[in-house]
Ligand binder design. Sequence first.
Ligand code: PGA
Length: 247
Amino acid sequence: MSINKRQPFVAGNWKMNGSLDLVKDFNEKLAGFSTNTEVVICAPATLTHAFNQNGFSVGAQNVSHLDNGAHTGELSVGMLKEAGCGYVIVGHSERREDQGESNALVALKAKKCIENDLVPIICVGESLEIREAGEVESFVGQQLKAITDILSIEELAKTVIAYEPIWAIGTGKTASPAQAQQVHEFIRGYFSKIDAELAEGLRLLYGGSVKPDNARTLFAQQDVDGGLIGGASLKAEDFISICQAAN
Ligand code: PGA
């Protein structure tokens, strides 16, 4: 079982935060940043064009599942690529909740990304109620099923999956390394039933209150290949230290 085969991956999720000044700060502080970790900053789509991408890549936080047309306020894969994006977060729990994005819509978005050479970072994860009811695996399994129903093995191999328990997002309550590993192992096991090689190569990120002081133990878990970082990705020093913890 060679965990080394999977390159560590850390993505920042700026959410609805940031400015051109913050981009400039990151451009300077991350310049030439050299690490074995694949580093991506998912910023508001109005800012992505301004990153110099020197030592890191850039992503968006949402995309339409449609190509173009009368869909006011939506952004297409082509638009995001022109704005410098190589990655997109899809199905973040905040969008599933605030915009009512369904499992099926999230899967369509992921498919549209892959068909257009954008890497989807697909988010899954349960609420506290679901965890307390002991239904984490069936809930996350349903989220995964929507994706595996419409993506081929070759397409699935081009995705990154982020497990983000909703109760840990922005709350300061991180899942314990053991809790994170337990769900990551379930997720990898889910994919291994489809194809063992796919499962072995898939990068699984943990997200939810990852900070410089807890990143290393989380990332040391066997099935945790990196993180999706919200609050701590808004300070270059903290973000860099989390990226280093993933090495
Ligand atoms: P957090 O957010 O690190 O602020 O908890 C993670 C996320 O929502 O992606």
